[in-house]
Write a protein that binds this ligand. Sequence first.
Ligand code: SAM
Ligand code: SF4
Ligand code: SF4
Length: 392
Amino acid sequence: MKIAAGGLARVAQAFVTRRVPVYAHWGITHRCNLTCKMCGIWRYGNRKEELSLPEVQQMAQRLGRLGVVQLAIGGGEPFASDILEEAAKCFVDAGMNVRLLTNGVGVGPERIQKAVDYGVRAFSISLDSLYPARFDYICEMDGSWDAAVRTMTVVSKLLGGTDALPTINCVVSNLNLEELPDIVRFAREIGFHVSFLPVELLADAKAGVRNWEARFIRYRPELGLSTTERPEQVRARIDTAYDTIIQMKREGWPILNSTPYLEASRLYLKTGRFPAEGCDAGRLYFSVAPNGQFSICHRTVHQHLHILDPNFEEYFHSAEYERKRLMEAGDCEGCMRACWIDTSYMFRTLEGFFETARTAGLPQRRKIGDWETANRWARREDAPIVPEAAAG
Ligand SMILES: C[S@@+](CC[C@H](N)C(=O)[O-])C[C@H]1O[C@@H](n2cnc3c(N)ncnc32)[C@H](O)[C@@H]1O
Ligand code: SF4
Ligand code: SF4
């Protein structure tokens, strides 16, 4: 993926100082057209609390001055916002690489085309299964698999032959553990990479909200791996899946996560423990909510100035901010979000830097996946929603 010269200088500076926010996430809206089983974000959607286009423009200029190189626009579902493409253009014009994180469902080709025309080169589209019935069950909407995969083929066609890095976001759970290698094979067939993210669930139906982000996840035991009565068998399933995809990554299959992240995911799924290393939230990356509230990452409590506050830039560089940031990150129990952990890994170790550069930076000869090719991978047989291996 091409990064402008100014961006490369900031990446180099971040590698030396770990004090440049090279990556930011903005949830443009919490509204969503789906109600996925593990996600609760859609419950907080409120159009009235979202930023207007002139406010977005102001924010884009501010993020550019702060040194952001890559901006991920997620949500909720970003395409639920009418101003998504224009908003994305504000960040492109301010010199950033923009990635859209979307479910791809109900997104017409004309909106993808418009986003590309406005300079978006990166799309992450969610897909958790090659069984349409299983994926539709997770998304709670019939036809989600077909719609998401059709959008992937539109992206594949529009960005094929470029240095873009279209990606499948796949949440690893009890329902798809045996499918991971085939999801990677499918991705390569349609010219995508895969990013695997272990599912995070509330511990029980009445679990208290232990942090900000816990509002956004749900209690769904059928997706969970750690609450089983047969822990040995589950650990073996996790090992088989992760041994295979780590080996595939070594062999050059299109897997975006770093090897340490995949190992950390394996451990998290087996034990519920987060990686022990410190994190760089608030320095290498930060997060902005739909209403413009700044936070050091997606899940800490907000105690900071609003992104549009006239004093924000001064505040961001102040000792007061650094003190609060360190306290928040230090108090945090950890997380498994790939974007955060892999950014830290990339900037904390030479190995991480070169592994990421090799994956993201080398020119790729991508296949262009059309619907006929993609649809051949759909397992439309009458498979159970809970796979046999999980049922015992
Ligand atoms: C919150 S969504 C926002 C973007 C868009 N709506 C989508 O689904 O791709 C971003 C990613 O978070 C994942 N996600 C949602 N709930 C999760 C959970 N409880 N644990 C892990 N990942 C989750 C989604 O599957 C998706 O890949
Ligand atoms: S995971 Fe994405 S698509 Fe699914 S409900 Fe959450 S925000 Fe919506
Ligand atoms: S470890 Fe904690 S502070 Fe760091 S990114 Fe994850 S949730 Fe945020």
